[in-house]
Design a protein around this ligand. Structure first.
Ligand SMILES: Cc1ncc(C[n+]2csc(CCOP(=O)(O)OP(=O)(O)O)c2C)c(N)n1
Length: 577
């Protein structure tokens, strides 16, 4: 048997468990793992030299392929550089298998190169960290390697999904000799796991029904989640039966719901306390992960419901609005199907819920009217460009929204119910600006037919420029770069605005534009310097002719701030009429 056979068989186990993508970062210590994945014919491998980018690419590959991607790196700081992506995967609940190569235990902290403490290196940001045996001479070691890899993948896929780490110490020689074959044991053991969705018991149904019928100002709020057409269908049916308002940010991926309240961030930021009081729910039902809209969060904390139910299949539950009263262990799909079957409350009670729903409808319509009337604005800048980009999105594509103003702008504008083929992604697990481009590239590589449109600010873009430092064409990638030469968000939020340190230490004003980066990486650069060029440039931008394209708008932060203030004012004034 080849000395590294149990390690080569890791790729076979991964393949047997559905893994189709692996990102391999360079190094010597990881050679046994690299050889295993590179030679496995069912796993598509790619290499990224910057582990910070590689981790996020793997994240994108997992999200798009709906299977955990593998990321392999060598020993030392290489492993640490995967940390931001691992943390994002943890909080965004994305399955990932992180394989770090290591030196044998006796060589740690012995001034041997490229050696750091790697056991448990990702701390609480992985679901579990395993250590592989470093000798393969006893059958128990072989059994342990097989068991650990199987368990790690099962765990990554279990709700709530997330990253799992395996640290693998290797003894030299690390590379196979020229006459040595890398082969796989086809009969390798695969440990399957049946995942059953939690079923709502008859008792629980009864409790939900009793609770549900005792409230007449019921509100649904969806947090960030993957696009799920079945759930959208169920929510549409649920709405038409019960007239319960459904509120969601763009990241919740429920934009195809006809009567969705999609602009809470806009109107709750400007409405009077009286209006907000009238919108107070008595029962709040939530599902999904984080809510983007700050104004919605503040509103739900202040105008707290009597009861707040959160629907979540498994895992620890957060209490973001500080008023959680019940956790329902089910999927939103099952829950809303069940509740849709309840008979409607009749008479006065029903009328109260209808009236409550109307109040939310009025606010949503007001926000939509303001958006339509605001454009075209006398000054053209980022907000209007985001609107044009969203309006012209291809029918079936991924929309990636970088942190921080990009995702907020897109949330203010929103998608329409007709844009049902659009799936929205944003690294909101940790809201980092560090891997937004790399994540989008992971999606591009996982499905090279599907268009991916990334809207990003300049700091997020230049931060992650090594995303482009790879050898894989991404003709399906389009980037709209909102270059306001700094972090505009720090001009928008309350706090830093008036401090003398703001520009230098918060906004961190910078002079770069994307022209030379585009030349360096062979990307087509479309500079939007005049509004009248927009129509033609957008046409070119959305022409998928084989090139990767960046549409860049350079504009000053002050003009963007003014437009944004005008936009808010427009909504505020709508309440004075
Ligand atoms: C890795 C990381 N470092 C710092 C931050 C804090 N941060 C949040 S938004 C932001 C500025 C982003 O600027 P830019 O990408 O230009 O977008 P804009 O705010 O102009 O829309 C910073 C530094 C972060 N979220 N992630």
């Amino acid at each position: 048997m080849n000395r590294f056979q149990p390690i080569y068989d890791i790729a076979e186990i991964c393949s047997g468990k559905g893994v189709v993508n692996a990102v391999l970062c360079p190094g010597s210590r990881c050679a046994p793992l690299v050889m295993a994945f590179a030679r496995h014919e069912k796993i598509k491998t790619r290499t990224f030299s910057d582990e910070r980018s590689a981790g996020f690419v793997a994240l994108g590959l997992s999200q798009q392929s709906k299977q955990p991607a593998v990321v392999v790196c060598t020993s030392g700081t290489a492993a640490y550089n995967l940390s931001p992506a691992v943390a994002e995967a943890f909080f965004s609940e994305t399955p990932l298998l992180v394989l770090t190569a290591d030196r044998p235990a006796e060589w740690i902290a012995q001034h041997d190169g490229q050696t750091i403490y790697q056991a448990d290196i990702f701390g609480k940001h992985v679901k579990k960290s395993f250590q592989l045996p470093q000798e393969y001479d006893h059958p128990d070691n072989l059994w342990a390697i097989n068991r650990i890899v199987n368990e790690a993948i099962n765990l990554a896929k279990q709700e709530p999904c997330g990253p799992v780490h395996i640290n693998a110490p290797f003894r030299e020689p690390l590379y196979p000799s020229s006459n040595e074959d890398v082969t796989f044991t086809k009969s390798v053991r695969i440990l399957e796991e049946e995942i059953n969705e939690t079923i709502i018991s008859d008792d629980a149904k009864l409790n939900i029904q009793i609770g549900f019928k005792s409230y007449h100002h019921v509100l649904i709020v969806a947090g960030q989640q993957d696009y799920n057409p079945e759930l959208i269908k169920t929510l549409n049916e649920f709405f038409s039966k019960h007239n319960i308002p459904i509120v969601a940010d763009i990241t919740a991926n429920v934009h195809p719901i006809e009567k969705l309240v999609a602009h809470p961030d806009l109107f709750l930021g400007q409405a009077s306390e009286e209006v907000k009081k009238s919108l107070q729910p008595d029962l709040l039902i939530t599902f999904g992960k984080s809510v983007l809209s700050k104004n919605l969060k503040v509103f739900l904390r202040k105008y707290s419901p009597k009861a707040h139910w959160h629907i979540q299949q498994a895992g620890p539950v957060v209490d973001v609005f500080q008023n959680l009263t019940k956790v329902i262990r089910s999927t939103p799909q099952k829950f809303f199907k069940t509740v849709s079957q309840f008979s409607r409350t009749e008479g006065f009670e029903n009328q109260k819920q209808n009236n409550y729903n109307k109040l939310w409808e009025i606010e949503e319509r007001r926000a939509q009217r303001c958006i339509t009337e605001f454009f075209p604005h006398k000054d053209f800048a980022e907000l209007e460009l985001v609107r044009e980009i969203l309006l012209a999105l291809p029918a079936n594509c991924n929309l990636h929204l970088a942190n921080s103003m990009s995702v907020r702008y897109a949330n203010f504008i929103g998608l329409t119910a007709a844009q049902s083929g659009i799936h929205v992604y944003s690294n909101r697990g940790t809201s980092g600006i560090d891997g937004c481009t790399s994540t989008a590239i992971g999606h591009c590589l996982a499905d090279n037919k599907r268009p991916n449109i990334l809207i990003t600010g300049d700091l997020a873009f230049f931060y992650d420029r090594n995303a482009f430092w790879n050898n894989y064409p991404t003709p399906n990638l389009r980037i709209a770069l909102l270059n306001n030469h700094g972090g505009l968000i720090f001009k928008i939020i309350d706090g830093p605005g008036t401090l003398p340190e703001t520009d230098e230490y918060f906004v961190t004003t910078q002079k770069l534009n994307a022209k030379s980066l585009c030349e360096e990486f062979g990307i087509s650069h479309l500079a939007l310097d005049l509004k009248r060029k927009l129509k033609n440039l957008l046409k070119d931008f959305y022409d998928f002719d084989g090139a990767t394209k960046i549409l860049e708008l350079e504009s000053s932060s002050s003009i963007n701030k003014t437009i944004f203030d005008n936009f808010k004012l427009k909504i505020k004034k709508a309440y004075d009429l």
